[in-house]
Every structure is written in structure tokens, then in C-alpha cells.
Design a protein around this ligand. Structure first.
Ligand code: GLN
Length: 253
């Protein structure tokens, strides 16, 4: 077996290092003796055939250009019909939806593979670490970072990927969306480097194999450090609010 992992439009959706998701998938397949090839599918050529597709985050103009090219070519929709898993992060996630917004524009058409719509949020851009508890698979807590202005509303035909513990995600207390083997999320990291169990879920979908565990000691150390840092920061913030209330209380008495 040789698995073709396609990183979609790294020339447009390459701002946040999400091309690393493709590297993680290929390497975790090879470590198990499964042949795997990384295909960097730039936007000037039609999308090649693959077994697994990854879309990353990007800036507004590049994201609109990527969506135009993907809509002009139904290769991704055909791949999904064949059962190929797709992981789409941030701008890539928004592109897979029905519509999305870039600054000062009317809503633009997405590819329509996920029943979600994204608009520009009225508040501050969501920037920082995010922790989210998966809702639709037996996965450990998801860790990553986010950096987006979009707020995403899910339609009834998709499930959220996770419930947000810290951070913003979709903007309604959930992160991402899942429909069949199409997974969207706001988590960068790359998300599969920080969450190898999600990488293995996508690999098992793509190969149909039950995968043997790998030695993930380094990945686990990274996860533990990031998760602990986010929880400690939240605990400190909570404490400082309590301290403030305490001071007000003393001032009034
Ligand atoms: N441009 C999109 C937004 O700001 C996506 C950003 C990203 O991919 N990190 O919402």
C-alpha cells in the first residue's frame, strides 16, 4: 500500500505551518511500515488524486483565491465521495463550508463540503492557545493555537468536533465540524503534531487498518506542557479576579 497525502494549496494556505499535518500523517504511516507519499498540490495545477487531504490556514485574500480554484474543480468533492478523509484547518475549514467572509466583502461561496457558514466576528480576533474536549470520537483533549477573525455557525447536518475548554473556536463554545470523514477545526499547531491520536484516526480512516500504537513520549511531553500551561494561566486569571473582588470588598468595608 502507498498512501498519497495531499497538502492542498500550500502556496496559498501556508501561513500557519499547517503543511506540517501532511508531514505528520506521512511519517506516522511510514513508522508503521505503510508506504506514504507527501504531495504538495500548489494552486496553479488541478488538484491531484489522493487518499487523504489537508488544508491549512491562510490570510483572507489567499483564502478567497484558494476557494475559487477549489470550486472550479470538483476533485475534492469526488475524493470525499470516494471516502477520502479531509482535515481542514481555519481558513481551510472556512473554505469547506457553504459561505465565508473576508474583510469588507459580501459572503463568498465555499466548496460546500461542510454545512457551516463563517462571518467576520464583531469582536476582537481570536488569538492564543485553545483546548477542546472532543465530542465525536474517543480522542484525548485537543490542544493547539488559534488566530482568526471568523465566527462559524454549524448547520444541522454537521456535528461539532469538540467543546472548547479554553479559547474561542467556532465562537459558540464549540470547535470545528465533522461530517463523515471531513473534519474542520480552528486548531493550528500543527494540530496533528500536537494531537497524534487525531492523526491516527485520519490514518485509520484512510487505510482501513487498525494501527499499532507508536512511542509518542515526545508528543505526550509537548501535549502535557501545553495543556498544563493553558490550565495554569486560566487558574491564575481566575485567582486574580478573586483577588480583585477581595480588594473591592475590603475597600467598601
Ligand atoms: N482569514 C481567516 C480568518 O481570519 C482564517 C485565518 C487562519 O487561517 N488562521 O478568520
Amino acid at each position: 500500500m502507498s498512501l498519497r497525502v495531499v497538502v492542498v494549496h500550500p502556496d496559498l494556505l501556508g501561513t500557519y505551518g499547517d503543511g506540517g499535518n501532511g508531514v505528520v500523517l506521512v511519517q506516522r504511516a511510514r513508522w508503521r511500515g505503510i508506504g506514504a507519499e507527501l504531495v504538495e498540490a500548489t494552486s496553479e495545477s488541478p488538484l491531484p488524486t489522493g487518499d487523504l487531504y489537508c488544508l491549512g490556514g491562510g490570510e483572507d485574500a489567499a483564502q478567497a483565491a484558494s476557494a475559487d480554484r477549489l470550486r472550479a474543480d470538483d476533485a475534492l468533492a469526488r475524493a470525499v465521495e470516494r471516502g477520502s478523509p479531509v482535515l481542514a484547518v481555519c481558513a481551510g475549514y472556512q473554505i469547506l463550508g457553504r459561505t465565508f467572509a473576508v474583510a469588507h466583502s459580501r459572503p463568498l461561496a465555499g466548496v460546500g463540503l461542510l454545512d457551516v457558514s463563517t462571518s467576520k466576528g464583531a469582536g476582537r480576533r481570536a488569538v492564543g492557545e485553545i483546548l477542546a474536549e472532543p465530542l465525536c470520537a474517543q480522542l484525548p483533549v485537543l490542544t493547539g493555537f488559534e488566530n482568526h477573525g471568523g465566527v462559524t455557525v454549524r448547520g444541522s447536518s454537521v456535528a461539532p468536533l469538540a467543546r472548547v475548554e479554553a479559547g474561542v473556536g467556532n465562537g459558540d463554545g464549540t470547535d470545528g465540524a465533522v461530517s463523515g470523514r471531513v473534519v474542520g477545526t480552528y486548531l493550528h499547531g500543527p494540530v496533528l503534531a500536537r494531537n497524534p491520536a487525531l492523526a491516527d484516526l485520519m490514518l485509520s480512516w484512510a487505510t482501513g487498518l487498525t494501527l499499532e500504537p507508536l512511542d509518542d513520549a515526545e508528543e505526550t511531553a509537548l501535549r502535557d506542557e501545553r495543556i498544563a500551561a493553558v490550565r495554569a494561566r486560566r487558574a491564575r486569571r481566575g485567582l486574580s479576579r478573586l483577588e480583585r473582588y477581595g480588594r473591592y470588598g475590603r475597600g467598601r468595608s
